[in-house]
Design a binder for this molecule. Structure first.
Ligand code: ADP
Length: 369
């Protein structure tokens, strides 16, 4: 028997194991880096280069020279010190990695002290895991901001209604005047109505965000839809002595889209048109375009400043203009409208001039049934 063969066998196994491990590490989506006790890079996988946005080998480089990390207060992190002080596994998801071009990503990083290699010959070092969590972070931030804004918006009407009902009770107990009590109750009632408007908008919003994949496309008779909307809102317009009329393109055909969402979008434009117009009219125009149908709702109202135009589709945004504030509103209508239009693959355009009026246009494509 060959003298060397008993030793050759484990060596072969070692190399097989080594191959398996490296293919495992290379198939990981997270960056994995092993550094030695001098903090020089010993091993790394392909994902590391993607995350660091480097296209040259980084073996033997000092880890601090390739990792420009910033903490959540935007302070540069001393990577060498951080690693040197890590004597048990550590993880942080508040880091940001900055690239040379100024762009940055949110980074999860974990560091664990390890023994690199086997037995006596193995040196000490660390294994670092890097994960790009930019998407998760931005979703988290959006959610946090939403909760904080929504709770603020809900708190305001609740506080006013509570105050008014409390006052009504005190006046009643003191045998006060009936008209004052009625006025306090009326104001409380208005706030409760407003509260239910916010809740309705919030529920439409959550539906729009959840129903991403389940938009029901049907063949919509555009004439009928617009006539229904005209009937529904004529009274509201007439109450303010504002005209409401439609201009049809005679060549209109059926449009394949979600009737429910299209109706909701146009409804929001019409309600706003009437709400933010003191005199004149609101005109709904419908015309056939190459890919589908273009709807526009034009009013002769208060208009929207350039500055506000960039923000009116934001959640809870309402203009500071006193004429806006004279009307109740949640600032959710246009945000919901934008979400719904994305579900319909439709495009919204806005033209507006302060004190002259606004035109909201939506181009809705015909979708496959
Ligand atoms: P809401 O009307 O409940 O405040 P929206 O999301 O529908 O909320 O609209 C956001 C803001 O955009 C309004 O508060 C108003 O400032 C402005 N806006 C929307 N439509 C018009 C319009 N037709 N004319 C003038 N301002 C408008």
């Amino acid at each position: 028997m060959d003298q060397n063969s008993p030793r050759a066998q484990p060596a072969k196994q070692d190399s097989l194991e080594h191959e398996r491990l490296s293919s495992l590490i290379n198939s990981m989506a997270d960056g994995v880096i092993a550094i030695d006790d001098a903090q020089k890079i010993a091993v790394y996988n392909g994902a590391t280069l993607n995350i660091l946005d480097i296209n040259t080998a980084i073996t033997n480089k000092q880890i601090s020279s390739v990792l420009a990390l910033f903490d959540k207060n935007d302070q540069l992190v001393n990577v060498s010190r951080l690693i040197a002080q890590t004597n048990r596994p550590y993880a942080n998801r508040d880091f940001r990695l900055k690239y040379k071009d100024g762009s940055q990503i949110s980074l999860y990083m974990s560091v664990a002290p390890v023994q690199l290699g086997y037995g006596q010959s193995g040196t000490k070092g660390h294994v670092i895991l890097l994960r790009d969590i930019t998407r998760e972070k931005s979703l988290e931030e959006e959610k946090e901001e939403f909760i904080s804004v929504a709770s603020h918006e809900l708190r305001t009407p609740v506080t006013i209604a509570e105050g008014n009902i409390g006052n009504a009770q005190v006046i009643l107990d003191k045998g006060g005047d009936k008209a004052t009590i009625q006025e306090a109750l009326r104001q409380a009632h208005d706030q409760i109505v407003f509260l239910s408007e916010i809740i309705n908008d919030l529920s439409t919003l959550s539906r729009a965000e959840r129903d991403k994949l389940t938009v029901k496309i049907e063949s919509v008779n555009v004439h009928q839809l617009i006539n229904d909307l005209l009937n529904d809102y004529s009274k509201k317009a007439a109450d303010k002595s504002i005209g409401l009329r439609i201009v049809f393109d005679p060549s209109l055909e059926l449009l394949n889209t979600s009737k429910m969402y299209l109706r909701e979008i146009l409804q929001n434009f019409i309600i706003n048109g009437i709400k933010y117009t003191e005199q004149g009219e609101v005109v709904i125009s419908v015309k056939k375009v190459e890919k589908g149908v273009q709807f526009s709702v034009a009013d002769s109202g208060i208009g929207i400043s350039r500055n506000d135009q960039a923000r009116i589709f934001n959640k809870f945004f309402r203009s500071e203009d006193y004429r806006t504030r004279q009307n109740s509103g949640t600032g959710l209508g246009l945000y919901v409208t934008l979400k719904l239009s994305q579900l319909l693959k439709a495009e919204i355009q806005l033209q507006s001039e302060l004190n002259k009026g606004s035109v909201f246009t939506i181009t809705v494509p015909s979708l496959p049934l």
